[in-house]
Design a protein around this ligand. Structure first.
Ligand code: PLP
Length: 348
């Protein structure tokens, strides 16, 4: 039942691409304010950034409505997903998640000896919370939920997830990865962070890589109970891997409301364009809540990727639910036009 990812013959980071739509990066970032802050602080790079990091933590705590002791920083949320996996699974156990899901935490858990208990998404692409709860056993050390989910771009109902996290976290901690939550419209962005204030054993991951366009500057964080963070920080160190200019850039990015709005609006415009263009060619697609979307393709994934890479368009290809899928990130409108032109040549 496990989903599978295809790789092209040219290693992905080395492919000479003119439309780079394979890593869910934000084509507009970093924000002008973040860039300015990064440049202006670079000369301070002879010092460790602990003081500035504490300022950033306080700012994030304010923003999230939690206390600073509930925040742990990392150079990207990947670092925190991986550290969580190492600490939680160093003595084995299993991790319950959706299938397909974002694999970074799960891969590390498996590599230190855990087993993965995948639970297929439902037909409406939401998490099968009932089946996930049933999959929890005495060996389950963590439940991982990515909402909105990657690689599908789809959502699970907020209230159902709140109920699930509240109930299940009595038995086992729940990790909710909200990397893409900020692409939702104002009002629809409903985080699980408030559960931390209710004392629930949930861990919420956020990143500056997506809406803030800072994937290469490496800043992310988790929000959790102090005891959970202590458990992680007894073994690993939070925030040590973030460079001083990146700390300043993150603080500035949080204040750049115009850039955040621009990212959200242009991302939604590109999604609409791709929906229309795919529909006009007779393709199905899965409506997305993120900065990427998937659609089924009738071609083996590796062959598809090689043909797209030849046209200098980078995308991803997966196999699940008995189908091959293309996942395309939203780039600039020009990049999306290159993508649809390449689809015409490769698939139509
Ligand atoms: N979580 C999800 C769901 C992602 O898609 C990604 C990156 O693509 C990450 C976490 C990790 O991002 P970063 O390490 O840049 O914060």
């Amino acid at each position: 039942p496990f989903f599978k990812e295809f790789l092209p013959d040219t290693p992905v980071p080395l492919a000479p691409l003119t439309a780079k739509l394979n890593a869910n990066e934000n084509p507009y970032g970093p924000s002008p304010m973040a860039l300015e802050a990064f440049k202006n602080s670079a000369a301070g790079g002879n010092r460790y950034a602990w003081k500035e990091l504490f300022q950033l933590v306080d700012k994030i705590a304010d923003f999230e409505g939690v206390e600073s002791k509930n925040i742990m920083m990392g150079p990207g949320s990947s670092d925190l997903l991986e550290k969580t996996a190492m600490v939680f699974f160093m003595n084995g156990g299993n991790v319950v998640s959706a299938d397909p899901a974002y694999m970074s935490l799960i891969q590390v858990a498996k590599s230190v000896g855990a087993t993965w208990k995948p639970v297929p998404l439902k037909d409406d692409w939401s998490h099968d919370l009932k089946a996930m709860e049933e999959a929890i056993d005495d060996e389950t050390k963590l439940v991982y939920i990515c909402n909105p989910n990657n690689p599908t771009g789809t959502m699970t109902d907020h209230q159902e997830l709140v109920d699930f996290c509240s109930r299940v976290s009595e038995k086992v901690p729940v990790f909710v990865d909200e990397a893409y939550l900020w692409f939702l419209d104002e009002g629809a962005k409903k985080s699980m962070v408030s559960l931390v204030n209710e004392g629930k054993d949930v861990i919420i991951a956020r990143t500056f890589s997506k809406i803030h366009g800072m994937a290469g500057l490496r800043v992310g964080y988790i929000v959790a109970q102090e005891a959970t963070l202590n458990r992680l920080q007894n073994i690993t160190r939070g925030g040590m891997g973030i460079s001083l200019p990146s700390v300043y850039a993150a603080m500035a990015a949080m204040d750049d409301a115009a850039f955040i709005e621009k990212s959200r609006t242009l991302n939604a415009e590109c999604r609409e364009y791709v929906y229309k263009s795919l529909a006009a060619k007779g393709f199905d697609y899965v409506p997305s809540h993120t900065s990427f979307l998937i659609f089924p393709i009738e071609m083996e994934g590796k062959e598809f990727l090689n043909k797209m890479t030849e046209l200098k368009v980078g995308v991803r290809a997966f196999q699940f639910m008995d189908k091959n899928w293309c996942r395309v990130s939203m780039g600039t409108m020009d990049e999306m036009k290159m993508f649809t032109a390449a689809i015409d040549k490769v698939l139509v």
